[in-house]
Design a protein around this ligand. Structure first.
Ligand code: DOR
Length: 370
């Protein structure tokens, strides 16, 4: 209720579904535990999240996956459904051997080597054939390592001006292009992670026109920031990197015309020290679960760039539908009450997540959990 006793700014919203988070157990609980990750998700208004497999051990076989499932079970009380993504390759090492995909399939929503692209085309073909037979999608991190050349920010004006090594856009879209041909060949369902370049948006638009079974996500930082916002600080470093204005504009156009299906966070917490070594030396990854909706509501919906309906489609209805289709079962519903006239300054020290690195620290947002 506001001072006049009005309550219309209070809205019950359907819990969001994030197809892409990194909860660091087993293996890296100093960065995030499944419990702290689940708490961060609940604070951000999420009903369900998909947990990526770059863990130690990675979920590449049933005994390894069980370690993750036990921790997920122990965090059930947080009220957020956590669904693992299985590894594509053994050890998530990208070598020639696939994970035990048939054994993992009943427990995972799909298969990914997120954090790394699958470099070998023949291996990706085999992964797609196997996933297709199991009725699961390949959830793809597109990155051609031969084009990376030690880069860590976008290969663009900021990198040139400040003497940083850049990551070219082709490292993303080149591998996407290869994969789309494999999707056409195999018929495997394919979901592309964290789309960041305008070329990828165009390729995905073309694939959808051909009715290929392709979906994709981008993340709030690619819609709200560009390389022009970079600072010499590890909290601006993630993979893929913040791109150029033309990329940001193409991503927003893709969000508006339906080329982009979902907004995920790629919530990727690291320890403070790992993010304190500037752009060159810090780990890749920023946190996002506790800031995604307030940021997108404040900086896209309120200025009229995106409708509230479309935002809910991108964060809630569409990812829920995809996930339910991948799992072959329905997910529990959960609603959250938001105060859409609330005000908050993003302060990482108040996060439930153990990760504190966000480029949005200090930003003013409307929309606070009521
Ligand atoms: O920035 C990133 N962080 N990108 C990735 O692909 C992996 C992730 C992580 O696990 O920290």
């Amino acid at each position: 209720m506001d001072r006049q006793g009005r309550t219309e700014h209070l809205r019950r919203l359907p819990g969001f579904v994030d197809l892409h988070v990194h909860f660091r157990e087993p293996g890296f609980s100093y960065k995030e535990t499944i419990r702290t990750g689940a708490r961060a998700a609940a604070r951000g208004g999420y009903a369900a999240v998909c947990a990526m497999p770059n863990l130690n051990p990675p979920p590449d076989a049933l005994d390894h996956l069980r370690m993750q499932l036990e921790r997920i079970e122990a965090a059930r009380g947080e009220g957020v459904e956590i669904i693992p993504v299985g590894a594509i390759t053994k050890g998530q090492a990208g070598g020639g051997e696939l994970s035990d995909m048939p054994a993992l399939a009943p427990y995972v929503c799909g298969f990914s080597d997120d954090g790394r692209g699958i470099q070998d085309e023949a291996l990706m073909r085999r992964a797609m054939q196997t996933a297709k037979a199991l009725g699961k999608p390949i959830i793809s991190h597109c990155e051609d390592q031969s084009l990376l050349r030690g880069g860590y920010v976008h290969e663009g004006s900021y990198a040139r001006a400040h003497g940083h090594r850049g990551i070219c856009s082709e490292s993303e879209w080149g591998q996407l292009k290869r994969d789309l041909a494999l999707v056409e060949e195999t018929g495997c369902a394919y979901h592309m992670c964290h789309v960041s370049t305008k070329e990828s948006v165009a390729l995905l638009r073309g694939a959808k026109r051909k009715n290929l079974p392709v979906t994709c996500e981008t993340a709030p930082h690619y819609l709200l920031l560009t390389e022009d916002d970079l600072q010499e600080d590890g909290r601006f470093k993630m993979n893929p990197p913040l791109r150029a204005e033309g990329d940001r504009a193409a991503l927003l156009a893709g969000v508006l015309d339906g080329t982009i299906d979902c907004i995920a966070t790629d919530h990727a917490p690291h320890a403070r020290e790992e993010k304190s070594r500037g752009l060159a030396g810090s780990a890749f990854g920023i946190v996002g679960l506790e800031t995604a909706f307030p940021l997108l509501y404040t900086y896209l919906v309120l200025p009229g760039k995106l409708s509230m309906e479309r935002l809910l489609e991108l964060m809630s209805y569409r990812p829920r539908k995809l996930l339910e289709c991948w799992l072959g079962r329905s997910l529990a519903t959960r609603e959250y009450l938001w105060d859409l006239a609330g005000h908050n300054t993003i302060d990482p020290e108040t996060f439930a997540s153990l990760g504190r690195a966000t480029p949005f620290a200090g930003w003013e947002v409307c929309a606070v959990p009521a």
